[in-house]
Design a protein around this ligand. Structure first.
Ligand SMILES: [Zn+2]
Length: 441
């Protein structure tokens, strides 16, 4: 990054062997790009939009990567920072139900049941804008929460940093509501949020003698939800703004790479991928239409008004829970019936088509994809959408599918991992988001 203080001295002990030295003295920088797919990074690196990233790709490990299941940021980042799966860290989605209830709650950092790497690794850390780290708790170094953060005063540790961040006009997230008013207003907000974060990130580089520095860009995800079509279409009025966002991020990548020594590690990665959105598909509509889900007549069709006799319901995006009688107030499913219901559900979703296209690519049972002490909280069935379909867990809708303002949607298997100076033989196979910590802890 641009020098804002004394240039960091990279300590090298000449008495130790090169391999040990790497492990013992190297620092780690992690640059997160929320939602950015492997193919987009490859494209921008090859076309000259991201020349600094291209240089890292040339000399480093660059691979597609799988996200968490489901492929939403709260679960994916919780998996990344803990190196665990949802049944170990306890975060299964952006929303959850209270115990023995259909009442919704929104899990946050306090619900994370495994330690993030900065609480167990050696040395100080500077951690900026990692999603699902609100409200902050004390850390050895700096921790600034990413979305969903509500109160600035609970998003910054140490709190003494708050006035400085405010001077930088630091924002906890892009104001996505602006996109519903005007795309120009939205883009202006995305740019201002990015520039403020860069100002803060540059300043924090020299704030303490850190061993791990992590900076997550989340405007990328917001841009792709609203303007994925602008990426694909060079004639789109917002194409240049979309591309320039990545150009700016690449200059930060270049500044950081230029300040690292030979023994340091630089990791860039996304938490999930993205692709063009054709249709939002309402999983609970399919369940209702096929007799698995019923709501109490005469009342609003919300989760709290689920009717006895309901066999299954889906939480966002496609986490299907059986309505077990010992788990939910109106639960009627006996464990002995579970296998039959699961098979019926698998048959229903395997056959689901829209415009002659298969909607669901993969159907997983919880024990196939999760293991750990919180497995009982996990959904019983998890759906992964096929290309172009975005699964939604809205309680009720009057149709199976629709097309809203978004033009892009998350993908499970097209995230990316780029690593320089890391021992990638520590990855257990094709990487997933929960493997990244193996590269630096
Ligand atoms: Zn997103």
């Amino acid at each position: 990054m641009v020098a804002t203080g004394a240039k960091r001295k990279w300590l090298v002990d000449s008495a130790v062997q090169p391999e040990d030295r790497k492990r013992m003295t190297g620092k780690t920088v992690i640059i997160g790009l929320d939602g950015v797919p492997y193919a987009m990074i490859k494209d921008f690196a090859a076309s000259g939009v991201m020349p600094n990233t291209a240089r890292l790709i040339d000399g480093g490990f660059f691979s597609p990567m799988c996200s968490s299941i489901p492929e939403v940021s709260s679960v994916a980042w919780s998996s990344m920072i803990t190196g665990k799966n949802p049944a170990e860290h306890g975060i299964f989605g952006f929303m959850e139900l209270h115990a023995n209830s259909y009442r919704m709650r929104f899990p946050n950092y306090s619900d994370l049941k495994a330690a993030p790497f900065w609480e167990t690794c050696e040395g100080k850390s500077v951690i900026i804008n990692v999603p699902s780290t609100y409200p902050v708790r004390p850390a050895n170094g700096v921790l600034i929460s990413g979305f969903v953060s509500i109160d600035f005063n609970k998003s910054v540790y140490p709190p003494a940093l708050i006035p400085t961040l405010k001077e930088f006009d630091y924002r906890l997230d892009v104001d996505a509501a602006k996109a519903h008013k005007s795309m120009d207003l939205f883009l202006e907000d995305v740019e201002q949020t990015l520039q403020a974060m860069i100002r803060a990130a540059r300043w924090l580089w020299d704030y303490c003698d850190w061993r791990t520095y992590m900076l997550v860009f989340t405007g990328t995800d917001r841009l792709m939800h609203f303007l994925y079509d602008a990426y694909e279409d060079a004639a789109h009025p917002h194409h240049a703004a979309f591309v320039n966002h990545f150009r700016t991020i690449d200059t930060v990548v270049g500044e950081i790479a230029g300040r690292l020594g030979d023994n340091d590690r630089l990791i860039m990665h996304s938490d999930h991928g993205f692709e063009r959105l054709d249709y939002d598909v309402f999983v609970n509509h399919a369940l209702t239409q096929n007799g698995f889900l019923n709501f109490k007549p005469g009342l609003e069709s919300t989760f709290e008004n689920i009717c006895p006799g309901t066999k299954a319901f889906a939480l966002d995006p496609a986490r299907i829970h059986l309505n077990y009688r010992d788990k939910y107030p109106c639960g009627t499913v006996d464990p002995s019936e579970a296998e039959t219901i699961l098979r019926d559900l698998e048959a229903l979703f395997a056959a689901l088509e829209i415009d002659g296209r298969k909607v669901i690519r993969n159907i997983h049972r919880k024990h196939d994809v999760y293991s750990g002490p919180y497995i009982d909280d996990a959904p019983d069935l998890l759906l992964i959408a096929d290309r172009g379909f975005n699964l939604k867990g809205k309680a009720a809708s009057d149709r199976l599918y629709t097309k809203g303002i978004f033009t892009g949607k998350h993908t499970y298997d097209t995230a990316f991992l780029l690593a320089k100076g890391c021992d990638t033989s520590r990855l257990p196979g094709p990487p997933t988001v929960s493997d990244i910590v193996r590269l630096f802890t």
